[in-house]
Design a protein around this ligand. Structure first.
Ligand code: CA
Length: 144
């Protein structure tokens, strides 16, 4: 199966809406990248995808990528330097732990939405939305 077919159109729309909602609270930017296989370290791979997607091009360096390799059943949450300057390790483990509970049951859309919601709330603490809150990165899922 192509990675792009892993989610139905309705599921893709639900995830996109979740990103939109989460980004309404914060100047942070959230993206989701899906691929089939990840042979190496998922965090390293997520970092590569982050760079390839140009996610470091945010004003406050506060982008977060949710990376999921569906066949390999691994995922990673990768954030930019602006977040690492402000947030401690618990920021990431809290998000990942919530998602893992869903992923273990095969609920990938629900898990991603839960992670995205949590990321939005956490980002709001450090990067609240200002009067201007431009959408700096696309909200569509990227597939490979
Ligand atoms: Ca966005």
């Amino acid at each position: 199966m192509k990675a792009g077919d892993f989610f139905s159109d309705a599921e893709k729309a639900a995830i996109r809406d979740c990103i939109l909602e989460a980004e309404s609270r914060t100047s942070g930017e959230i993206r989701v990248h899906i691929e089939n296989k990840c042979s190496g370290d998922p965090v390293k791979r997520a970092g590569e995808c982050f760079g390839r997607l140009g996610m470091h091009k945010t004003a406050a360096r506060n982008g977060i990528l949710f990376y999921l390799a569906v066949d390999s059943r691994v995922f990673a949450v990768f954030g930019d330097s602006g977040i690492h300057e402000k947030a401690d390790e618990g920021f990431w483990t809290g998000i990942s732990a919530r998602m893992e509970n869903y992923f273990r049951e095969g609920k990938f859309t629900a898990g991603l939405c839960e992670g995205i919601r949590e990321a939005g709330m956490q980002l709001q603490r450090f990067f609240p939305a200002g009067d201007q809150n431009p959408d700096e990165l696309p909200n569509e899922i990227s597939f490979q």
